[in-house]
Design a protein around this ligand. Structure first.
Ligand SMILES: *[C@@H]1O[C@H](CO)[C@@H](O)[C@H](O)[C@H]1NC(C)=O
Ligand SMILES: [Mn+2]
Length: 633
């Protein structure tokens, strides 16, 4: 369905180093237009006086919603009605940290909510005093989750066992390989890290757990210095030599932090986790057994969610990890071949991982570990996934291995990560995607030539690709991820402007809805246009997938407004989706001979119309394959 792609920004596990953008809400537009504008641009883009569009908002909230949406879709696509996102065991955890304080407050009439709009207090915080609310809100803003509550929950708390009951009957060979667990963090709350450590110690057979390696990617929080060192000492008194900590002396980002942990690890198998997790019972045995069976498999456990506010566990259904052409990760439906096995404990082949992984330590090294050339975060999971699959490994999700992961509500420092995500995505494309790499440029609306984006040196990685005799991206698409469908007929893309007014761009218009509009130009994907040599115009974010149609600019033959229709449905209905267009010329429907033009509506705003051609001209931002250039002599 179309609605899935308004903005497909999906949070990746391990990528929750996401950012809270400050909301800047300044509207200068006429009241009547406001709704259209708001609907047309992605949530969180708001226009300023002067027309500059800035992109600010809590992306994360959108991201999580998207992730959940993709999970729901994945579930729906599976015929089995596996329950998703059910809250498990709401009763088990204290919702109010201090029962005594609560009673006291009740006597003195409960204080009102100081932060009625704070997401922290939507489902939590009843009966807290004003001082407690202030403290909790302050910590929440600083960390993006409920540190006030975390500090009061026991480190050894139990969590519901979310495994399928058939997992309990599984037996595993003995001996199993030994395990190093790496926990990476930046400015995590100390109680969160301790809960992660405690869960690992309590829920991993001690004869298998060789060490826990903490990697601090240059935190600034003071409690993560001496306090953490003290705690490590205490753990090591009880479990000699179990804990190690490595501190970066400058911020190196997710990939390098993971590599630091991997380099320090000494066990047969290394599991690289975020520090905001609690592993569940029996999480390690399936991983160790599977890697013992096949050293080339990279494993992801199944994630459940720890709610950022109540710390209640939300069970997530089983799905595979995928990504789109912008390389945002998402959940996809389970493969039919797996469903046909009728074994809910069987490993699931997955196109990608989300960040948290377990692997044979030496094999991970042989294929190059994490790519240290990836900056901050984003895309490094897809890079590793393509490398694994194309270079002779595989990726599997193990349904019986479950890890609860805390999804932050927001990341506490403001930093626009979009340029980094683009840059990392191009690095992946250039390294692994061969003749299909243009799809990443198209999806991000970046010129294929002279992009102006420095994706770093890839020569050593290319040499590795050569040395390992890795397979092509085409092989990967055909054999591992057939959902993605590269398109080679696109010759023009980006913003589309009419010569009458260069400040407005063709825009997909409000969603839901299928009426394109002219809208002040901004740089986001509702204004992406893709013109095919075959005559179609796609409008809006590029999808290019087997299961979901892009939306085609359509002349349905009646009325004077163009519409956007799922391309295959429009074609089935005999609507007119093929257009003649060359750069700087008219856009003429091949079927009806009507032109796409603009005219002013009564309020003075340009709207796209279909009518007898009056020789209006259009230009599209980028071209490919020399399209639109004058023929060379
Ligand atoms: C947690 O530790 C405390 C103190 O050692 C102990 O009394 C309690 O039973 C433990 N709880 C769980 C769930 O293991
Ligand atoms: Mn994470």
């Amino acid at each position: 369905m179309m609605s899935r792609r308004k903005i497909s920004k999906v949070l990746c596990i391990g990528l929750s180093l996401l950012v809270a953008f400050n909301l800047l809400l300044v509207f200068s537009t006429k009241g009547t237009l406001q709704k259209l504008l708001l609907a047309s641009i992605p949530k969180g883009l708001h226009r300023l006086n002067g027309g500059a569009v800035i992109q600010r908002l809590s992306h994360l909230e959108v991201d999580l919603q998207q992730l959940r949406e993709s999970m729901k879709r994945a579930m729906k696509q599976q015929e089995e009605a596996i329950p998703t996102l059910q809250s498990v065991n709401d009763e088990e955890y204290p919702r109010q940290p201090a029962a005594k304080a609560k009673a006291h407050e009740a006597k003195n009439k409960a204080p009102g909510k100081l932060f009625p709009h704070s997401p922290l207090f939507r489902q939590w915080g009843e009966g807290l005093s004003k001082a407690q609310q202030l403290k909790a809100q302050d910590l929440f803003e600083k960390f993006g989750y409920n540190v006030y509550l975390s500090d009061q929950l026991p480190h050894n708390r139990s969590i519901p066992d979310t495994r399928d009951s058939r997992c309990l009957q599984k037996t595993y060979p003995s001996p199993l390989p030994s395990l190093s667990v790496v926990l990476i963090f930046v400015n995590e709350a100390l109680s969160i890290i301790q809960r992660a450590i405690t869960s690992i110690i309590n829920r991993t057979p001690s004869q298998l757990l060789k060490e826990i390696i903490l990697v601090d990617d240059f935190s600034s929080n003071r409690e993560l210095k001496e306090y953490l060192d003290e705690r490590i000492k205490l753990y090591n008194q009880k479990y000699p030599g179990l804990l190690k900590i490595i501190r970066h002396t400058k911020r190196k980002g997710l990939s390098q932090a993971r590599n630091t942990g991997w380099e320090a690890a000494t066990a047969d198998v290394v599991a690289i986790l975020d520090a905001h997790v609690e592993v569940n019972v029996g999480w390690a045995e399936p991983i160790l057994a599977r890697i013992q069976e096949d050293r080339t498999v990279i494993i992801s456990p199944v994630f459940d969610n720890i709610r950022f506010d109540t710390f209640v566990l939300e069970k997530y259904g089983l799905a595979v990890d995928g990504f789109n052409w912008e390389l945002w990760c998402r959940y996809d439906a389970l493969p039919q071949a797996w469903l046909d096995l009728h074994d809910t404990t069987a490993p699931v082949k997955s196109p990608s991982i989300m960040g948290i992984l377990a692997a044979n330590r030496l094999f991970l090294g042989e294929i190059g570990a994490l790519d240290g050339g990836m900056l901050v975060y984003g895309g490094e999971n897809v890079e590793l996934s393509l490398r694994v699959w194309q270079c002779g490994g595989k990726i599997e999700i193990l349904p019986c291995s479950r890890v609860a992961h805390l999804e932050r509500h927001h990341k506490p420092y403001a930093l626009d990560l979009i340029p980094i995500l683009k840059r990392n995505a191009l690095r992946v494309a250039e390294l692994w995607m061969d003749e299909h790499k243009h799809m990443v440029y198209l999806a991000w609306n970046i010129p294929v030539q002279n992009s102006g984006i420095d994706y770093g040196d890839i020569s050593s990685k290319m040499a590795l690709r050569e040395k390992l005799k890795c397979r092509s991206f085409d092989w990967y698409l055909k054999n591992v991820y057939p959902i993605l469908k590269p398109i080679h007929s696109i010759v023009g893309y980006g913003q589309m402007k009419n010569s009458l007014d260069q400040s407005v761009c063709l825009d997909q218009g409000p969603i839901p809805g299928n009426t394109p509009i002219m809208h002040q130009c901004h740089t986001f994907n509702p204004q992406n246009v893709y013109y095919h040599l075959t005559g179609e115009f796609y409008l809006g974010p590029l999808i290019a997938e087997a299961r979901t149609d892009d939306r085609c600019l359509t002349d349905r033959g009646d009325g004077d407004r163009p519409t956007l229709e799922a391309c295959s449905i429009a074609a089935q209905n005999g609507w007119h989706i093929y257009w003649d267009f060359t750069q700087g010329s008219a856009v003429i429907n091949r079927g009806t001979k009507r032109c796409l033009e603009v005219k002013k509506d009564p309020s003075g705003t340009f709207v796209p119309v279909l009518r007898t051609c009056t020789s209006q001209a259009w230009k599209i931002q980028h071209t490919l394959k020399n399209w639109g250039l004058p023929p060379s002599q």
